[in-house]
Design a protein around this ligand. Structure first.
Ligand code: SF4
Length: 430
């Protein structure tokens, strides 16, 4: 059954005028299938982000799932899951709706979930209730016979989509022309590409082919150290904020971190700035974490003296600087878990996780820094109706919405992931 921690329940109550508060879009109260045929990310934090030209679309969800009430869907998911037994494993991301997470065998960040699926090598199907790049990573790490399923194909990630392989190849060409390919006297090559886990398999493959590596929000500093041992500078994509916050904490001056705008020659930089660069930051961001502001932190401190402010490193630098701590979703969860005295926490990350933590730790006061209820648009696309549909399809012997990474991409992508694991086993990810 759903719990009181449900963001969707809160949104429905606000929409019906039975609760105070506000949401970033009145469309959040509709079923996500209302937006499947449209090219955007749907309602939520990514609403204003331009979607890629060839974003996957989801076919129409059968009417019986669109019109079922929540209790029916809950019962159908449970029945189908029970029928499938060990043949299926359901993974739920920290930012996923509570109505879906309640059915998950594992809940975690993207890398934890991909690793969790390794503990179930006999499962025929891995149903990934997250977004597209996460399902790709699970496919990279799972067995060849296992089918990774994304219940709604329109569940992309606006940040991951901000760097596509053609843009990155074009950037690499320009950087190679500028810097050449010869190592310096210490054997360090001109540039090492580093991609955040929140990127397509194609970008992970690019890093694998070009001496690069993947990082998570937990191990970004370790990975940058690895890269600086091997390269004179780093090209970091797609999240400028994680790159900037991490490199700044390591002592890299801001003026040595030019931004690369893929729509401009040399990314909008001159050759001198790129010559002095230590970290070249891709012009990408997370629409959820970009909503947090220094003003929200000031307000939290004014209204809750002694509040402990923890934000995710995908937040803009001034927000991270104004917070007491910053860390990955797993860091946030562990920090709350480790607090022995009743504490007030103001958290700067996705609202589904914050509400779930508030319900799990009633001895603490836990609230989201953003007073507007604005979930990750793309996680929001995975409604229990889609979960019921994919599970009942599996029961009927069909495999819907399978995500497969082609071998020519998968092999180098795995290499980039292996380099990350060799640099230091990550504790957690995005
Ligand atoms: S929270 Fe941000 S980075 Fe994570 S899936 Fe949503 S848009 Fe992508």
């Amino acid at each position: 059954m759903t719990t009181t921690a449900s963001v969707d329940t809160t949104i429905q109550l606000i929409d019906a005028g039975r609760a105070t508060g506000s949401t970033c879009s009145p469309d959040l109260a509709s079923g996500p299938w209302a937006f499947d045929a449209s090219p955007g990310y749907g309602p939520g934090a990514s609403l204003a982000d331009p979607p890629p030209a060839v974003a996957p679309r989801q076919g129409e969800l059968p009417r019986e799932y669109r019109e079922a009430d929540p209790a029916d869907l809950d019962a159908r998911v449970r029945a189908a899951k029970a029928t499938l037994g060990d043949r299926v494993v359901i993974l739920g991301h920290f930012y996923q709706r509570e109505e879906v997470v309640t059915h998950a065998d594992f809940v975690g960040d993207s890398f934890q979930l991909a690793n969790a699926s390794l503990t179930r090598p006999d499962a025929e199907a891995i149903v990934f209730c997250g977004v597209h790049f996460m399902a790709e990573t699970a496919d990279l790490l799972s067995g060849p016979e296992q089918a990774v399923i994304l219940p709604n194909l329109a569940a992309g990630c606006s940040m991951a989509d901000m760097a596509d392989i053609d843009q990155v190849e074009e950037c690499w060409e320009q950087l190679t022309e500028l810097y050449g390919t010869e190592p310096d006297e210490n054997g360090r090559v001109p540039v090492i590409p580093v991609t955040y886990m929140n990127s397509s398999a194609a970008l992970k493959g690019f890093c694998g082919r070009n001496g690069g590596i993947v990082c998570t929000s937990s191990n970004a500093a370790t990975v940058l150290e690895w890269a600086f041992e091997r390269g004179q500078r780093v090209l970091f994509f797609p999240d400028q904020h994680l790159g900037r916050n991490t490199a700044k904490a390591m002592g890299v001056p801001l003026e040595a971190m030019p931004m690369w705008n893929p729509n401009k020659p040399l990314g909008g930089n001159d050759e001198r700035a790129l010559g002095d660069a230590q970290v070249i930051l891709w012009h990408g961001f997370c629409s959820v974490h970009r909503r947090f502001t220094v003003g929200q932190i000031e307000q939290a401190r004014a209204e809750h003296p002694g509040v402990r402010v923890i934000v995710h490193p995908e937040c803009p630098m001034p927000v991270v600087d104004a917070a007491d701590e910053s860390g990955s979703t797993d860091y946030i969860r562990k920090a709350i878990d480790a607090a022995t005295e009743p504490t007030t926490f103001a958290i700067g990350t996705e609202v589904n996780l914050v509400q779930r933590l508030a319900a799990q730790y009633p001895q603490h006061t836990i609230f989201c820094l953003d007073p507007v209820v604005c979930p990750c648009s793309t996680m929001y696309r995975i409604h229990p109706g889609y979960l019921a549909w994919v599970l009942e399809s599996l029961v009927a012997g069909e495999v819907p919405n399978r995500i497969t990474v082609p071998a020519d991409v998968a092999d180098p992508a795995r290499l980039a992931l292996e380099r990350m694991l060799a640099a230091k086993p990550p504790v957690a990810g995005a």
